[in-house]
Design a protein around this ligand. Structure first.
Ligand SMILES: Cc1cc2nc3c(=O)[nH]c(=O)nc-3n(C[C@H](O)[C@H](O)[C@H](O)COP(=O)(O)O)c2cc1C
Length: 424
C-alpha cells in the first residue's frame, strides 16, 4: 500500500490542520456527498459491508454496533469519539488529531448522521494539550464553513461537536468509564448490560468509537466499501495504523494494510533492530496483551491472526524488546502502570494489581523466591474475568504470558538474589 489515507498528511506539503488547505485538497466533499446522496441507513449498510472493525482494542464490527441503537426511543442519540489513547505503546490517534483533524471531523459527521446523533463528543485525554487546541480550532473552523451546526450544507441535518478534555486516567478510555467521566463523575466503569448503545451517556443510546475507527469511516464513505475490503483479510480489512516503539531503529506510526506481517513491520518498516542486537520479545497490541517471543513474529497483524497466535491485536501498539532487555524489570514497569491506573472499584483489580507489582518489585530487587512465581500466576489468574471491566485482565495477561514464556529470566533473577549464579 504505497498511498496513505489516514496518514496522508505525511506526504502532503500543506498544513492540513488549516481548513483552507484541507478543503482545497477535496476536504468535506465526502460529507457533502453523503448528506446529499445517502439515507442514514445506507451509510450504516456501507460501513457494515466494509467489514470495518473497531480500532480501539476490541475489534468489534463498527456497522453492527451502530445497528444496536434502538429506534424511536424519544431520547437523543450520542456519538462519543474515544480519544483517550492511554494504552502504553499506543500513539496513533494523536497523529490523526494533531496533523489531520478534519478527516476525523468528517468521520464523526458521517457516523453521527448514520446513527441519528445531533450532539457528538470528542473525549480527549488530558495530557493531549496540543491535540485539544487543534481540535477546538478545527471544530470552530468547520462550523464557520457550515459543516457543523444547524442545517449542514442545506441538508436539513444538524450536528454539534463538543470537545471534552479528560483529566488523564487510563480508565477513562474504557467506554463506560468514559461515559461516567463525561457525566462529571468519577470514571468507575459500569456493569454491562445494558450496553452503551442502549443506555449510555445521560441515560441515552450512545455509540463509543475510537478515533482511527471514525477516521476510517470518512475514507469508506469517500472510496466505498469494496475499496476498504481490498486491504487485508476478509475478516477485518482496511488500512491500519501500527505504532512501533522500543528497540528498533525507526520507531513511529506506520500505515499499512491490515494483516501485514509482524516481522515485516519490525524489520522493514521500522528499520529493524539496533546493529548487533537480537530480538528477545515483542508485545503486539499495547502493553496489556500477551507477549510474543522472537520465534513468534511470523504472524499477520490482524485481529484473528494475532488471536490465533495466543495474543491480541489490541491497539496495535508494537513494543519491541531486544536482548539487552531486563524482562523482570520490563514486566515490573508494566505492572506498576496498571496498579497506578486501577480505578479501585473492584477488589480483585484494586488489590491484585498491587500484589503483582509488589511481588515483581521484590523479585527485581533480589528478594524473590520460587514461591513468588507461583503466587504471581495464581493472583493473575484470579483477577481475570472477575471484574466489571477488563483492566484487571489487562494487568494479568502480561504477567501470565511473561512468566510462561520467559520463566528462565525470572528464575535467574531469583537465583542471583539468593546469592547463586544463573546457569546459562
Ligand atoms: C481499561 C481500558 C482502556 C481503554 N482505553 C481505550 C482508549 O484509550 N481508546 C480507545 O479507543 N478505546 C479504549 N478502550 C476500548 C473501549 O472500551 C471501547 O471498546 C472502544 O473505544 C470502542 O471503539 P471501537 O469500537 O471503535 O474500537 C479501553 C478499554 C479498556 C478496558
Amino acid at each position: 500500500m504505497a498511498e496513505k489515507f489516514l496518514l496522508r498528511f505525511e506526504d502532503v506539503t500543506a498544513d492540513l490542520t488549516a481548513i483552507d488547505a484541507y478543503e482545497s485538497d477535496g476536504g468535506y466533499e465526502t460529507v457533502r456527498k453523503v448528506l446529499k446522496e445517502l439515507e442514514a441507513g445506507a451509510v450504516v449498510d456501507m460501513v457494515k459491508e466494509s467489514g470495518l472493525r473497531g480500532r480501539g482494542g476490541a475489534g468489534f464490527p463498527t456497522g453492527l454496533k451502530w445497528t444496536f441503537v434502538p429506534k424511536d426511543t424519544g431520547k437523543p442519540v450520542y456519538l462519543l469519539c474515544n480519544a483517550d489513547e492511554s494504552e502504553p505503546g499506543t500513539f496513533k490517534d494523536r497523529e490523526i488529531i494533531e496533523h489531520d483533524p478534519h478527516q476525523l471531523l468528517e468521520g464523526i459527521i458521517i457516523s453521527s448522521y448514520a446513527i441519528g446523533c445531533h450532539d457528538a463528543y470528542i473525549y480527549i485525554r488530558g495530557e493531549f494539550a496540543l491535540g485539544y487546541a487543534v481540535l477546538v480550532k478545527a471544530v470552530a473552523d468547520a462550523a464557520a464553513r457550515g459543516y457543523l451546526g444547524e442545517d449542514i450544507l442545506g441538508s436539513g441535518y444538524s450536528l454539534r461537536i463538543h470537545v471534552h478534555r479528560g483529566a488523564g486516567a487510563y480508565i477513562c478510555g474504557e467506554e463506560t468509564g468514559l461515559i461516567e467521566s463525561l457525566e462529571g463523575k468519577r470514571a468507575y466503569p459500569r456493569i454491562k448490560p445494558p450496553f452503551p448503545a442502549v443506555y449510555g451517556v445521560f441515560g441515552s443510546p450512545t455509540i463509543v468509537n475510537n478515533v482511527e475507527t471514525l477516521a476510517c469511516v470518512k475514507h469508506i464513505a469517500a472510496h466505498g466499501s469494496d475499496w476498504f475490503r481490498s486491504f487485508g483479510p476478509e475478516s477485518g480489512p482496511g488500512p491500519k495504523l501500527y505504532c512501533v516503539s522500543g528497540h528498533v531503529t525507526k520507531p513511529g506510526v506506520y500505515e499499512l494494510p491490515m494483516g501485514t506481517s509482524l516481522r515485516e513491520i519490525i524489520e522493514v518498516h521500522a528499520g529493524g533492530l539496533r546493529p548487533g542486537r537480537s530480538l528477545k520479545a515483542v508485545i503486539p497490541g499495547g502493553s496489556s496483551v500477551p507477549v510474543l517471543t522472537a520465534s513468534e513474529i511470523d504472524i499477520d497483524m490482524d485481529f484473528d491472526s494475532v488471536a490465533a497466535a495466543g495474543s491480541m491485536l489490541g491497539s496495535a501498539g508494537i513494543i519491541v524488546m531486544d536482548d539487552t532487555t531486563d524482562i523482570v524489570k520490563a514486566l515490573r514497569t508494566i505492572s506498576h502502570f496498571y496498579h497506578h491506573e486501577s480505578c479501585g472499584q473492584c477488589s480483585p483489580c484494586r488489590e491484585g494489581t498491587g500484589w503483582l507489582e509488589r511481588i515483581l518489585r521484590r523479585i527485581d530487587e533480589g528478594g524473590g523466591t520460587d514461591e513468588d512465581l507461583r503466587t504471581l500466576d495464581h493472583v493473575a489468574a484470579g483477577m481475570m474475568g472477575n471484574t466489571i471491566c477488563v483492566l484487571a485482565d489487562a494487568a494479568a495477561m502480561p504477567v501470565r504470558s511473561f512468566l510462561s514464556k520467559f520463566r528462565d529470566d525470572f528464575e535467574a533473577k531469583i537465583l542471583e538474589g539468593q546469592g547463586g549464579r544463573a546457569v546459562a
